[in-house]
Write a protein that binds this ligand. Structure first.
Ligand code: CMP
Length: 129
């Protein structure tokens, strides 16, 4: 998962991580890191060329993000995404990270891998070792 630059700027990293910890999930790896456009093109390969892509890259690279590997039982990716709420914070239910803390589509605080395969691919991009 990634706490995006807006979450870091607003001081919500602790708040976000504590929600995963309270759920019983473990933070296996984590690092504060400024993401460059090459890394983001790999990470967001399915979005390259879409209308929102340039704005997304400008946002994601403007200040440090907090990239983390969250560990837990089978299909932890799904649990992480449930805690995050829908991509669009405007429709994310209260009680979720985006529902409680966000209001904008691009600056939606967090990213979570959408499958076990995506998690494996994305972890290899951010923590190749
Ligand atoms: P994320 O889950 O990181 O995946 C792609 C990101 O692009 C998404 O969260 C949003 O931050 C951003 N985004 C902006 N507009 C859209 C859109 N119309 N559909 C999906 N994602 C969008």
């Amino acid at each position: 998962m990634i706490c995006k630059p807006d979450a870091v700027e607003r001081g919500y990293v602790g708040e976000i991580l504590s929600r995963f910890e309270r759920k019983g999930l473990k933070i296996a790896r984590a690092e504060l890191r400024t993401l460059d456009s090459t890394t983001l093109a790999q990470h967001y390969e399915e979005h390259v060329g879409k209308g929102f892509y340039d704005e997304l890259v400008a946002f994601m690279s403007r200040s440090p993000a907090f990239v983390a590997v969250i560990e837990g039982p089978e299909d932890t990716f799904a649990m992480v995404r449930t805690l995050m709420g829908s991509t669009n914070p405007a429709v994310a239910p209260p009680g979720t990270i985006r529902g409680d803390l966000g209001s904008e589509m691009t600056e939606n605080l967090v990213h979570g891998s959408d499958s076990n395969e995506s998690a494996e691919r994305e972890i290899a991009i951010f923590f190749p070792e």
